[in-house]
Design a protein around this ligand. Structure first.
Ligand SMILES: Nc1nc2c(ncn2[C@@H]2O[C@H](COP(=O)(O)OP(=O)(O)OP(=O)(O)O)[C@@H](O)[C@H]2O)c(=O)[nH]1
Ligand SMILES: [Mg+2]
Length: 279
C-alpha cells in the first residue's frame, strides 16, 4: 500500500494509465461512495466501468440503486461476487462487446491485438479475485489482508484480453474521520492503522439500532455512543470476550464484531446509499 511498486501512486501515472484500454474500477458495494472518493484522485479520466464487489455482503436493493445511479450518469456498472464469480457473466459480455467494437473501429489491415484491461481500486476490494474469475483460474494472489498484491502484473486472458492486476491505492495516513472508519470497517486498511474499539462503536451506531443486528440496508445513525458501548459490551459478553474479573474485553469484542460484520454475520448491510450526495 505504499507508493513503491505502485505506478498508480506516482507522478508518472498518467503515462502509465494511457497504456490501458479500459479500467475496471472496483468498488466495495457496501461503501461505493468512499471507494470512489478515496481512489479516484489516482485515475485520469480514461474509459472506466464500475465493478461493485461483495454484492453478497451488501443490501441487494441498495446495490441495484447504485448501479442504476451510475448508469443514469453514463457509467456502465456491474455488481459481482468476485470470490465466487456470481454476476460476472454480464461483465464478461460487456468486455467482449467492447473488444469487438474496438477492433471494428480499426482499419481492416491492422492486426487484432488484445484489449488491455486494468483492475483498479482500494486495497482488499476484490481486484485480484475479479481477475481470477475472468481468467477462470487463480492467476493473481488474492486473500483477506489489504496490501496483498504488490507491484503490477499483466495476465493473459485467452487471446483477446490482457489484464493488469494492481495494488490497492490508498495512503492510510491521509484518510480520517468517517472515511477512515468506513475503510477500516470493511477491511481496506491494515489493523495496525485503527483502533478496533473506535471502529466497532462507529459501526454499531450505524447498523445496530438496539440489538447489534441491522435491518439490511437501513443504516440507523441515531444510536448514541453510550448505547453503542452497551451493545458492544453485550456482544462481548454473549461471545465470551470477558477478562478474569468479569469485565468485557472491549478490544477483543470489537475485533470479533468487525470480523463478523465483514463476513456478513449481521446481514447484508450497505453503509452508503445512493442518492445522499453524488460520489
Ligand atoms: N464475500 C466476498 N468476499 C470477496 C469478494 N471479492 C473478494 N472477496 C474476498 O476479499 C478478499 C480480498 O480479495 P482480493 O481479490 O485479494 O482483493 P484485492 O483488491 O486484490 O486486494 P489487494 O491486492 O490487497 O489490494 C479475499 O479474501 C477474497 O476472497 C466478494 O464479492 N464477496
Ligand atoms: Mg490484489
Amino acid at each position: 500500500m505504499n507508493r513503491r511498486g505502485n505506478p498508480l501512486m506516482t507522478p508518472g501515472r498518467r503515462a502509465f494509465l494511457s497504456l490501458v484500454d479500459i479500467i475496471l474500477f472496483a468498488l466495495d458495494a457496501r461503501i461505493p461512495r468512499t471507494s470512489i472518493r478515496v481512489a479516484r484522485k489516482y485515475l485520469s479520466p480514461r474509459k472506466f466501468v464500475y465493478v461493485l464487489t461483495r454484492t453478497d455482503l451488501a443490501d441487494p436493493a441498495a446495490t441495484r440503486g447504485w448501479i442504476a445511479a451510475f448508469e443514469s450518469d453514463g457509467k456502465p456498472a456491474f455488481g459481482v461476487q468476485a470470490n465466487t464469480g456470481e454476476g460476472m457473466k454480464e461483465l464478461v459480455a460487456f468486455l467482449k462487446s467492447e473488444r469487438e467494437r474496438v477492433n471494428r473501429s480499426r482499419p481492416s489491415c491492422t492486426l487484432e491485438r488484445p484489449l488491455k484491461l486494468m483492475v483498479f481500486g482500494l486495497p482488499n476490494v476484490g481486484k485480484s479475485s475479479i481477475i481470477n474469475r475472468l481468467v477462470g483460474r487463480v492467476r493473481a494472489p488474492a486473500g483477506g489482508k489489504p496490501g496483498l498484491t504488490r507491484g503490477i502484473h499483466w495476465i493473459r486472458w485467452g487471446e483477446e484480453f490482457l489484464l493488469l492486476d494492481t495494488p490497492g491505492v490508498l495512503e492510510p495516513g491521509a484518510v480520517k474521520g468517517d472515511t477512515l472508519m468506513a475503510l477500516a470497517a470493511t477491511g481496506a486498511v491494515p489493523e495496525t492503522r485503527y483502533d478496533p474499539v473506535e471502529v466497532a462503536l462507529w459501526l454499531i451506531e450505524r447498523v445496530s439500532p438496539a440489538t447489534g443486528h441491522a435491518e439490511a440496508g437501513q443504516p440507523a445513525p441515531d444510536l448514541s455512543p453510550n448505547s453503542a458501548l452497551l451493545v458492544l459490551e453485550q456482544f462481548g459478553r454473549e461471545t465470551g470476550q470477558v477478562k478474569k474479573g468479569g469485565e468485557v474485553d472491549l478490544t477483543r469484542a470489537s475485533q470479533l464484531y468487525l470480523a463478523r460484520f465483514r463476513k456478513g454475520g449481521f446481514g447484508a448491510i450497505t453503509l452508503e446509499l445512493p442518492g445522499d450526495g453524488t460520489p
